[in-house]
Design a binder for this molecule. Structure first.
Ligand code: HEC
Ligand code: HEC
Length: 171
């Protein structure tokens, strides 16, 4: 089913059906590897069950945790060898304005494009971020036995570029 949606989205002419491209894009953004950091809560989440982060970890100043327990106390620049503690450069929570929990496809799409919420990013900036940002790329190399988003990263970038070329419409 997932692959069917992807194939369908990619086979449609970009200008006419770009709207349908947001469906698989939304599936990636909603994956726990992304959503555990893009929360609307005062804390990150963990695992595919998206439970509250243990050790009483809180958002704190700039999404970096409490002064006494920064994210960087545990999360390094890369996953630890056994994969138990995930890591990537500059590990911290996305700001609340970039929290996506509970949004349907349309609202997620509108929030993503809203320059008052997304760090003043244009659509090309958003595509660039999702192609190259280390925290995004971590989603596909999360370490341990963590699951990855439903499409390969390269497929995701292709979808994003098609969507952008078609005017980045929201459903
Ligand atoms: C470790 C936490 C973390 C993970 C994991 C993470 N992000 Fe983010 N994300 C951030 C932070 C922090 C920012 C803000 C960066 C900035 O503005 O400088 C951000 C910003 C973004 C933005 C730009 C802002 C916006 O609202 O549009 C996009 C798009 C994005 N992330 C997509 C993703 C996707 C897709 C994934 C999963 C594949 C992901 N992120 C995983 C922390 C994370
Ligand atoms: C005391 C150590 C510690 C601190 C401090 C800490 N973490 Fe974690 N974090 C962990 C460990 C260990 C895991 C792996 C848990 C697992 O997979 O069962 C984890 C997992 C995560 C995950 C889940 C990855 C996934 O998708 O499954 C996110 C997101 C995360 N931490 C964000 C943060 C953020 C943001 C901060 C700072 C605000 C932070 N953590 C502070 C130890 C810590």
């Amino acid at each position: 089913m997932k692959n069917f949606l992807l194939m369908l989205a990619l086979s449609l002419p970009a200008m006419t059906f770009a709207q349908t491209l947001f469906t698989p894009i939304g599936e990636v953004l909603r994956h726990p590897r992304c959503m555990n950091c893009h929360t609307v809560t005062d804390f990150p989440r963990q695992t595919d069950s998206r439970r509250r982060h243990t050790q009483l970890v809180v958002r704190g100043e700039g999404g970096r945790g409490a002064p006494t327990l920064h994210c960087s106390a545990c999360h390094q620049d890369k996953n630890v060898a056994d994969g138990k503690v995930p890591g990537a450069p500059n590990w911290h929570l996305a700001p609340l304005s970039m929290g996506w929990e509970g949004l349907n496809d349309r609202d997620l799409c509108l929030a993503l494009k809203d320059t008052n919420k997304n760090g003043n990013r244009s659509v090309p900036d958003l595509v660039h971020h999702m192609e190259f940002d280390a925290l995004v790329l971590w989603g596909w190399t999360p370490g341990g036995n963590r699951t990855t988003p439903p499409y390969e990263h390269a497929e995701f970038v292709t979808l994003l570029k098609r969507w952008a070329d078609g005017g980045a419409p929201c459903p």
